[in-house]
Ligand binder design. Structure first.
Ligand code: MG
Ligand code: MG
Length: 249
C-alpha cells in the first residue's frame, strides 16, 4: 500500500528532513584524514540527542549504529568503527536518517577524504548529478521507472554500473514504505506517480560492474570487482509545484 501525504504532513516530514540535512552536513565537515568512522557515528548520535530526534537506523533489523558509513569499494550499509580510520584519497559515503515526531527523513552523501583521484571525484560528481536528474522526474503524471531511467541513462554513458540489489523507497511514518524506487528501468513504465507520494531516491553507482557482494559481517555491501562506489540520497515529496527536496538545507 502506498500512503499519500497531505501538504501538512509533508511540512512535518520536512522538519525531519532538515534535521537529517543539518547533521549530515556537520558530519561531512568533520571528514578528514585521521578521523574514524566510529567517531563520525558517535557525533551523529550525540547530535540526535541534542536536537531531540531518534536515529532511524540504529537497531533497524539489528543494525548496530546510527549512520551507515561506506568507504571506497563499500557500496552501502558499512558499519562504523573506531578502528576504521579514514585516509587521504578515500571516498566516504554517509547514509543517515532520523525520526522526528513519528516522521522519517533519509539522506546520503559521498565526500572525499583529503585529495582524491580525478576518477574518484568524477564518480561522486556524476552520482550526485544522477540523483538530481532522478529527482527531476519525480512529478505527478510521470512513471516510477522514469526516475531510474534518467539515472541509468546518464551514468551508464560513463561506463559506470547501477547497483540493482538495493533501491530507493517510499518513506513516511516508516523508513521503508512502498513503492520501491529502482535506479534503472524503462522510461514511461511502472507505477503512475501522484501528488503526496514521498520517495527516498538513492542512486548507488559503481565505477565498474554493477554487481555487489555482502561481506561476512552480514551488512557491508561491496562492489564485486572492488571498484569504487558512490551513493547520494534525498527524501523528495511530489507536490503540485513539482519535486520538493525535504533533506536539502
Ligand atoms: Mg539512506
Ligand atoms: Mg534510503
Amino acid at each position: 500500500m502506498i500512503t499519500l501525504k497531505s501538504p501538512r504532513e509533508i511540512d512535518l516530514m520536512r522538519r525531519a528532513g532538515q534535521v537529517v540535512a543539518t547533521i549530515l552536513h556537520e558530519m561531512c565537515d568533520m571528514v578528514e584524514p585521521g578521523i574514524s568512522t566510529g567517531e563520525l557515528d558517535r557525533f551523529a548520535e550525540s547530535r540526535c540527542k541534542e536536537l531531540g530526534v531518534k536515529p532511524a537506523f540504529k537497531g533497524y533489523h539489528g543494525f548496530p549504529a546510527c549512520v551507515c558509513i561506506s568507504v571506497n569499494e563499500e557500496v552501502v550499509h558499512g558499519i562504523p568503527s573506531k578502528k576504521r580510520v579514514l585516509q587521504a584519497g578515500d571516498i566516504v559515503g554517509m547514509d543517515f536518517g532520523v525520526i522526528y515526531d513519528g516522521w522519517f527523513g533519509d539522506s546520503a552523501r559521498t565526500v572525499p577524504v583529503g585529495k582524491v583521484s580525478l576518477e574518484a571525484q568524477d564518480l561522486m560528481t556524476r552520482t550526485e548529478e544522477a540523483l538530481r536528474r532522478g529527482i527531476e522526474q519525480a512529478r505527478a503524471g510521470n512513471r516510477i521507472f522514469d526516475i531510474g531511467h534518467a539515472i541509468q541513462n546518464y551514468v551508464e554513458g560513463f561506463g559506470y554500473g547501477v547497483v540493482r540489489e538495493f533501491v530507493g523507497h517510499g518513506i513516511g511514518k516508516a523508513l521503508h514504505e512502498e513503492p520501491q524506487v529502482p535506479n534503472f528501468g524503462p522510461r514511461g513504465k511502472g507505477l503512475a506517480l501522484k501528488e503526496g507520494m514521498v520517495l527516498a531516491i538513492e542512486p548507488m553507482i559503481n565505477a565498474g560492474s554493477h554487481e555487489v557482494r555482502v561481506l561476512s559481517d552480514g551488512w557491508t555491501a561491496v562492489t564485486a570487482d572492488r571498484s569504487l562506489s558512490a551513493h547520494f540520497e534525498h527524501t523528495v515529496a511530489i507536490t503540485p509545484e513539482g519535486p520538493r527536496v525535504l533533506t536539502e538545507r
